[in-house]
Design a protein around this ligand. Structure first.
Ligand code: ADP
Length: 513
């Protein structure tokens, strides 16, 4: 059969501990996956910010294309207003017009014109397809790959009138375009939350950043190509904590919280288990107590019964024998009354109703008066009593009745748990600020493992022949402890199995001066 304690442990594990441990293990296993999902969501958000920057640069160029298409568009004004456009070139099958931003010498103008013409010839197919797009209602803007003084060329098709189409080249200063045309937009998007930068692909040289402070550490995480300028890239990073930092921090916090939760749960389960185990033990001890007490009461009652009946029937004529019978009845009645008193006092302690009445008293006097009545009982049982009581022991504050009760409990135990050597030593001594009474026997002693338990209510040592056979209820020492606590004193025990025990009652003396 499974022990009740083990059963409760198993039930607690099945109901509480295992599911939560399983849940934690599952969650911790999933955290990495969650981390990846959150990571990809963050990254796609960053990506969409870069997308909007790219979208905006297309919008800027579309705006210019619209302006150029308007009837009587003033090219000088457009050039003047937009620093990043270095030149505009309008080309159709019969016409080639070049409008530079600044006046340049004729020969330079001619060289530039020739170069642009070359670009035009080289990209005829692309330009034709742009015109086709326009005719179908979509004005596409394309980057033209060439090298004219390090400038970028963007081309689109534009209507001259409803039937004629021409190609337009915008000769752009890319760096200026990014910083002046896109800069304000980037600042607006990034605010205080992101670093957004533009780089030249080859050499990874940063040509623009929304952050001016050099000391802010940048570790660009997400990069995207510029749609308009294939040689350039846009980069974005969160300010302060990076996405990985945030996700890692979150994961770490989650793991820590889960572990804390598990530890708390394990502790709680352990406390519940310990509590229930204690309750089971107490219930077991209580049931032992009832059977012990019934047993203990029955013996003196049987003796009293037997001797009183014999006397009543008048069968005993010998006076000496009669006297002996009366003595037995008296002793057994006293034993019974001590036992009942113990139980009643224990009950009062348990229900918190026990009251103490303190007066000034002396340990030596108390022991002497007690032994006056008790010595006979000890002699009869064959015990030798040695007393070493210090006449100069200071007075203490005590409840005399309770102190006598404690001493009798200890002497009774010394008698009960002594085998062949029937010797009890009672002595007083001063220990720091305590006046102590020591009761020593040479009985069966107590195993060190049981020493801390003997003051627990209902506890009885169950191993060893005598300990097992000796009658008792397991409440005597718990009463002694309670009495000593009420006196702000202490009860201590030193014992060696097979050699004997020494119990000390120590009372504080500083309270009485
Ligand atoms: P009981 O009624 O069983 O004597 P107590 O509370 O007085 O109950 O003592 C608790 C247990 O401590 C006893 O059952 C016994 O095993 C042990 N004990 C107490 N006093 C002595 C002693 N002087 N020598 C050996 N064992 C003792």
């Amino acid at each position: 059969m499974i022990k009740p304690g083990l059963k409760i442990g198993l039930i607690l594990s099945a109901i509480l501990v295992l599911p939560s441990l399983f849940f934690s293990a599952y969650e911790i296993g999933n955290l990495n996956q969650n981390e990846q999902v959150i990571d990809s969501i963050y990254l796609s958000q960053l990506e969409s910010i870069l997308f909007s920057v790219n979208q905006y640069s297309n919008d800027v160029l579309s705006g210019w294309a619209n302006q150029l298409e308007k009837e009587g568009a003033n090219l000088e004004e457009i050039l003047e207003k937009n620093y990043s456009i270095d030149a505009i070139c309008l080309v159709d099958s019969n016409n080639f017009q070049l409008f530079p931003k600044e006046k340049i010498p004729d020969d330079s103008l001619k060289i530039l014109g020739n170069k642009l013409d070359e670009v035009y010839q080289d990209n005829l197919t692309k330009l034709e397809s742009l015109q086709r797009y326009l005719k179908s209602g979509y004005q596409k803007i394309e980057f033209i790959d060439c090298d004219i003084y390090g400038k970028s060329i963007c081309a689109f098709a534009s209507l001259i009138d409803s039937s004629k189409v021409r190609s337009v080249f915008l000769l752009l200063n890319t760096n200026k375009f990014i910083s002046e045309n896109l800069g304000p937009k980037i600042q607006g998007i990034a605010q205080d939350r992101f670093f957004i930068s533009a780089f030249k692909k080859d050499g990874n040289k940063e040509i623009y950043s929304n952050v001016v402070h050099e000391d802010e550490e940048k570790n660009i995480q997400q990069k995207k190509d510029f749609w308009l300028f294939p040689d350039y890239q846009l980069g974005i990073q969160m300010k302060g904590n990076t996405v990985e930092d945030l996700v890692r921090k979150r994961t770490r916090t989650n793991v820590i919280l889960l572990l804390i939760m598990d530890v708390i749960l394990l502790l709680a389960a352990w406390f519940v288990y310990r509590n229930i185990r204690q309750q089971i033990r107490l219930t077991q001890l209580k049931s032992d107590f009832i059977s012990n007490v019934s047993h203990e009461i029955r013996t003196p009652l049987a003796l009293i019964n037997m001797y009183s009946e014999t006397l009543e029937m008048g069968r005993i004529s010998n006076e000496e024998k009669k006297h002996e019978y009366y003595k037995v009845i008296n002793t057994e009645a006293n034993r019974l009354s001590r036992m009942v008193n113990n139980i009643l006092n224990f009950n009062k302690i348990e229900s918190g109703r026990r009251e103490y009445h303190f007066t000034k008293g002396n340990l030596k006097e108390e022991v002497e008066s007690l032994l006056e009545n008790y010595r006979q009982h000890l002699d009869k049982k064959g015990f030798q009593i040695d007393m070493f009581l210090d006449a100069n022991l200071p007075d203490i504050k005590m409840d005399k009745e309770a102190v006598s009760e404690a001493i009798i409990n200890l002497i009774d135990n010394a008698m009960k748990y002594s085998n062949n050597i029937k010797y009890i030593r009672i002595e007083t001594e001063m220990k720091e600020t305590f006046a102590c009474l020591k009761i020593t026997d040479h009985g069966i002693g107590i195993a060190s493992a049981d020493l801390s338990l003997v003051f627990d209510k209902f506890f009885r040592v169950s191993s060893g022949d005598l300990a097992y056979k000796a009658k008792g209820s397991g409440i005597g020492l718990s009463i002694v402890k309670h009495i000593m606590d009420a006196h702000n004193g202490k009860v201590e025990v030193e014992s060696k199995l097979g050699e004997g025990s020494c119990f000390s009652l120590c009372f504080p003396i500083h309270q009485i001066k």
